[in-house]
Ligand binder design. Structure first.
Ligand code: AMP
Length: 143
């Protein structure tokens, strides 16, 4: 199964923010949308960074509540690992495990077209394994 199939099931909406949004803006967005990360986009809609709840906790731990007014560009991760719609679930499990992060934006020809979380990957992986088990059972019953 590939990322295109996951996006077909979950949709292509991505929570984004501009680099000058404050950490408080980001916290409010995460809370409203009940998500764990926001993709930071530049003038042309290109991926400029990613900020997750972990970055915010770290920045607040270091800087105290003054950090709430800082621009997200100071706390985000700027080197973002992305995938494409043709990336596979197995590749994403490897990338997320190696990189120790739980979100991967999906980019096609430089444009942000979706995002997958570790929750999406695990859910679809379980469905895939269950389908394989059912197929094997059918094979043994009829074989
Ligand atoms: P997360 O597991 O998504 O909460 O992120 C853990 C850390 O990895 C945070 O510092 C994030 O900014 C960073 N991060 C999250 N997703 C990515 C990604 N796709 N590429 C690079 N860094 C990321």
């Amino acid at each position: 199964m590939n990322i295109a199939q996951i996006l077909k099931a979950k949709g292509r909406a991505v929570a984004t923010a501009r680099p000058d949004a404050t950490l408080l803006d980001i916290i409010q967005k995460l809370a409203q949308k009940k998500i764990g990360a926001v993709v930071v986009v530049g003038d042309k809609g290109e991926v400029a960074g990613i900020i997750s709840e972990r970055d915010i906790i770290r920045r607040l731990g270091e800087g105290g509540d003054k950090a709430l007014a800082e621009p997200v560009s100071q706390a985000m991760t700027s080197t973002v690992i992305t995938c494409t719609e043709s990336s596979t679930i197995e590749e994403m499990m490897e990338v997320m495990t190696q990189g120790r992060f739980r979100h991967v934006p999906v980019v096609e020809d430089g444009a942000l077209v979706g995002i997958v979380s570790i929750g999406d990957i695990v859910k679809h992986h379980i469905a895939e394994v269950e389908m394989e088990v059912m197929a094997m059972r059918g094979y043994f019953v009829t074989g």
